[in-house]
Unconditional design. Structure first.
Length: 476
């Protein structure tokens, strides 16, 4: 079972796949066709777990770099959806303690979500500007832990002007809506999973990251909060456009884009960019490019603070359910992002859709931990398989310093095709839901699907596996 990279003409794509886990050729052909006239800075990268969701413009598990334009549809409209891993110093808890932990989560973050105001309007603005620093101040997150958050939880926006100008770029209605539901998880593919470190592959890196064999960990997948989706839809017409949001944007978009236009030419430009079908590319070196990058920074910062607020609550819940646990953050990183980065030594815009950033140690020379290990990467399977904690390896430049954010599609495909079967040791995950039903015991599959994804990326020196994490309970 050898993995390969596969070249596709006009434009070429770098595809990371294997005989058992090939990229779908129809989806690949569609991606190539969509990128035919794009100002690519490098071949687009297709990672394992490549698939296309019907309500997304671009397939999942891709990284695409452009040279002169920002193209929001090359990632999700809800920026900074991401995952975090927390380490605890305790033995595997008993079932009634696990139930207590998840009851607290459901009471604090119910589903359907309660529309209660969590923040003031000034708080929202601070979140958008300060990111993780706001979470450290408001929610008691240790500032030292921000080193484990990508970009230290804050994209710098000072270059866009003084504080007053920056504040004016946040629409009032968006600010008011973003006061709601701050810090949550919810069902679907979002989850809070209790795990045990089953196997350590790189002891030195594991020790530096703060994980050890037999340790309990918490992994969670959460969005970036209300503001990220609001801004994502404000700057283009997207496929994932539910009716309540359409009604709101019918008012909000003209107020934000058209009423503030300073000339007829600017009015026409904004009509073309934000009110026509789809989401046309925005020139980076333009006033509209600057507005879009500022909105992108707002969304990223709010998302970092949002997920750190969730972390602070999970820490409190674990103390009440399990006793003193010493919970600490191992890593937090987004997998829907737009960043200004360098590609082949020149500035570029890197769009990642359901792909995590994987910076090598040389790119993080000032980082207290990742300068030695490379950036930490979470690569989950499903709640019925293992997940992996990895670090970026020297070959990550081949993937635009990116790794897929999970292996769920490959796992499901392996099971459907009979490549994977039941876990030979008969293990199971205690699965809690947001209903009041008793938890179910979901039997595990073997790890062939998740192992194949990790093997493909490790074989190309994109990442190095550090530890295998075995789930024993989940809420989703």
């Amino acid at each position: 079972m050898s993995s390969s990279t596969h070249d596709v003409h006009a434009p070429q794509a770098r595809v990371f796949e294997s005989v058992d886990a090939p990229a779908d050729r129809d989806t690949l052909a569609g991606l190539v066709a969509d990128l035919r006239h794009v100002d690519l800075a490098a071949p687009p990268v297709v990672l394992p777990d490549f698939h296309h969701k019907h309500n997304m413009e671009t397939p999942s598990s891709v990284a695409i770099a452009t040279r002169e334009t920002i193209r929001p549809t090359l990632t999700s409209s809800s920026l900074n959806c991401g995952m975090a891993l927390l380490a605890l110093d305790l033995e595997r808890p008993r079932e009634h303690e696990i139930g207590h932990f998840y009851r607290q989560v459901k009471e604090r973050f119910p589903f359907p979500r309660a529309n209660r105001r969590e923040l003031t309007a000034d708080d929202v603005v601070r979140c958008a500007i300060e990111g993780g620093d706001f979470a450290a101040d408001r929610f008691g997150v240790d500032p030292a832990e921000l080193e484990r958050v990508e970009e230290r939880g804050r994209v710098d926006i000072a270059r866009y002007g003084d504080a007053d100008r920056i504040r004016r770029q946040l629409p009032r209605m968006v600010v008011e809506l973003s006061r709601l539901r701050f810090g949550s998880i919810g069902p679907s593919n979002h989850f809070i999973e209790l795990q045990e470190v089953e196997e350590v592959f790189a002891p030195d890196a594991a020790a530096k990251l703060g994980v050890s064999q037999g340790q309990v960990t918490v992994q969670y997948h959460g969005g970036g909060g209300v503001l990220t989706g609001e801004l994502g839809h404000l700057f283009g017409r997207r496929r994932d456009f539910p009716r309540p949001l359409r009604m709101q944007m019918a008012i909000q978009k003209p107020l934000h884009h058209l009423a503030s236009a300073s000339s007829l030419d600017q009015l026409r430009q904004r009509l073309d960019l934000y009110f026509t079908k789809g989401c046309p590319p925005v020139p980076q070196r333009s006033s509209e490019g600057e507005r879009l990058l500022l909105a992108n920074a707002f969304a990223m910062n709010y998302g970092f603070a949002f997920r750190l607020a969730t972390y602070s609550w999970l820490r409190a819940f674990s103390e009440r359910a399990f006793g003193p646990s010493g919970m600490r953050l191992v890593v937090d990183s987004p997998h829907n992002s737009i960043y200004e980065e360098e590609v082949d030594g020149r500035p570029a815009i890197v769009h990642r859709h359901n792909a995590a950033r994987a910076y090598t140690s040389d790119l993080l020379a000032e980082h207290p931990t990742f300068s030695e290990t490379g950036q930490a990467i979470l690569l989950p399977g499903t709640h019925r398989t293992s997940s992996y904690l990895c670090v970026a390896a020297p070959g990550a430049h081949h993937t635009l310093h990116s790794a897929c954010h999970g292996a769920g599609t490959v796992v499901s495909d392996f099971v459907a095709r009979g490549i994977s079967g039941p876990d030979p040791r008969g293990r199971a995950t205690l699965r809690y839901r947001y209903s009041d039903e008793a938890p179910a015991r979901d039997p595990h599959h073997d790890d062939r699907g998740i192992d194949e994804v990790v093997r493909i990326l490790a074989e190309h020196d994109v990442l190095r596996p550090v530890a295998r994490l075995r789930p024993f309970a989940v809420l989703n």
